[in-house]
Design a protein around this ligand. Structure first.
Ligand code: MG
Length: 444
């Protein structure tokens, strides 16, 4: 069991992920990557500068060369790995979590985020740290062009045809999006309005997670200004949500579905697989099928998407919360490239029209309180039920059971004392009934 690493890096409040632990983790991470060049980036959280100093000290003390990208988004930092030929990257960001949290997101030289399993290997190195000789400590330098490099690469992917000028409202959520989004959409020739567009690690404008409730101000701004669309990011910019021209919120699952359409619709060469997690809407699979693409499923968490992609590449990968991987750019979930693709699609038709191409499904979620011990029993009961009744199921992450045009997943939370049940169906009633049915099976 990993002690510190979770699904995507090491996360904690300041008294948990403190400067001392951060330093030791950075030493182990540097050792794991066999040093060389390691990139470092952070978001604007108040504990960022302190942890940043610890990571620099940790990496350089074991002999790594540290290239400090400054305050940039996670996809920007991850994009730079290949460009600067680095052996790895550490991003100090707690993504969409509240401001008192922070985290180390770790990505290897191939652009693959470090999973819990690989995190365990890093933790083992923490007791075997070998300091570099005094004259072999790593050099520390700054690279300040990462944002522009990232913007240029996005623009290059969009091609040379100018886009139709649209009015777009950007809600940067006081996070790292402030440093890239206004510039990017200006350069794409859009008329932009911005809200929460100054960086502030206390996230005074709205909580960092771009849920429907949290982006109320954006929805109003799109309606009042008669804009063509609204866009909001989470704190580190890997996740993105949209608002259509009528002020309708476009949830992450639909952002991924739209991304698949935009990618496959424009693919001239052979279409590859769509890679997604077992908790993503069936809409993704339906769209993929329509374009002749196969869907491959992974466990929940960005590292698993990357790993699956490297094992066997595909056209696009993504998860239900609005993180989409565009392999033509990098293996990062890139909220800025996803948003740029949306703006590109607006040149053809309004966002509400694109949304009509997504098959309609209804989702219902619930959770059951459970200890570490009962979690296993609950999932086992559901598994037995599936086997006994000869249902179509997989155990990629928890137990997922597939029916004709609906499915249900029962899985133990990795970080909290819950078992989550999530169902999707063509009607809301059917989804509710499925959740209720499996809740009964799970607790009996
Ligand atoms: Mg994030």
């Amino acid at each position: 069991m990993s002690k510190f690493f979770g699904t995507n890096g090491v996360r904690g409040k300041f008294n948990e992920l403190d400067p001392e632990l951060t330093l030791k983790l950075a030493q182990a991470i540097g050792t794991y990557f066999k040093c060389g060049k390691i990139l470092l980036a952070r978001d604007c959280r108040l504990t960022g500068p302190v942890l940043h100093a610890s990571v620099i000290a940790g990496l350089a003390s074991v002999g790594c060369e540290v290239i400090d990208l400054g305050i940039v988004s996670a996809p920007t930092a991850e994009f730079m790995i290949e460009k600067l030929k680095a052996n790895g990257c550490i991003i100090i960001t707690a993504s969409h979590n509240p401001p008192e949290w922070n985290a180390l997101k770790v990505v290897d030289g191939a652009g693959i985020a470090i999973s819990k399993e690989r995190g365990e290997e890093i933790e083992k190195l923490m007791d075997k740290i070998k300091l570099a000789e005094w004259n072999k400590v790593g050099k520390i330098s700054k690279y300040e062009l990462a944002v522009q490099d990232h913007i240029d690469a996005i623009k290059k992917q969009l091609g040379s045809k100018p886009l139709t000028k649209k009015k777009i409202v950007l809600d940067c959520g006081n996070g790292t999006a402030c440093g890239i989004a206004p510039k990017l959409f200006n350069e794409l020739g859009m008329e932009i309005l911005t809200i929460n567009s100054h960086m502030d690690g206390r996230f005074p404008g709205r909580p960092s997670e771009p849920t429907q409730v949290n982006v109320k101000e954006l929805i109003t701004a799109v309606k009042v200004s008669n804009a063509d669309a609204g866009i909001a990011w989470d704190g580190d910019g890997d996740r993105v949500i949209f608002v259509d021209e009528f002020g309708n919120y476009v949830i992450g699952d639909k952002v991924f579905a739209l991304s698949i359409i935009w990618k496959l619709y424009n693919t001239k060469e052979k279409i590859g697989d769509v890679i997604t997690t077992v908790a993503t809407s069936k809409a993704a699979e339906d769209i993929a099928k329509k374009y002749g693409a196969k869907t491959r499923f992974t466990a929940i968490g960005a590292p698993y998407l990357c790993e699956e992609f490297v094992k066997k590449p595909g056209s696009i990968a993504g998860e239900e919360v609005g993180g989409v991987i565009w392999p033509e750019l990098s293996l990062a979930k890139d909220g800025f490239f996803t948003a740029a693709k949306m703006v590109e699609a607006l040149s053809q038709k309004p966002l509400s029209e694109w949304l009509k191409q997504i098959p309609v499904y209804y989702n219902v979620k619930t959770k059951i309180d459970a200890s570490e011990k009962t979690k296993k029993e609950i999932v086992a009961r559901v598994l037995n039920h599936a086997k006994k009744n000869k249902l179509k199921f997989n155990q990629i992450d928890g137990v997922r059971i597939d029916f004709e045009d609906s499915w249900v997943i029962v899985r133990a939370s990795g970080t909290e004392n819950y078992v989550r049940i999530f169902a999707e169906a063509k009607s809301e009633k059917k989804a509710k009934d499925l959740v209720e049915e499996y809740k009964r099976i799970a607790v009996n």
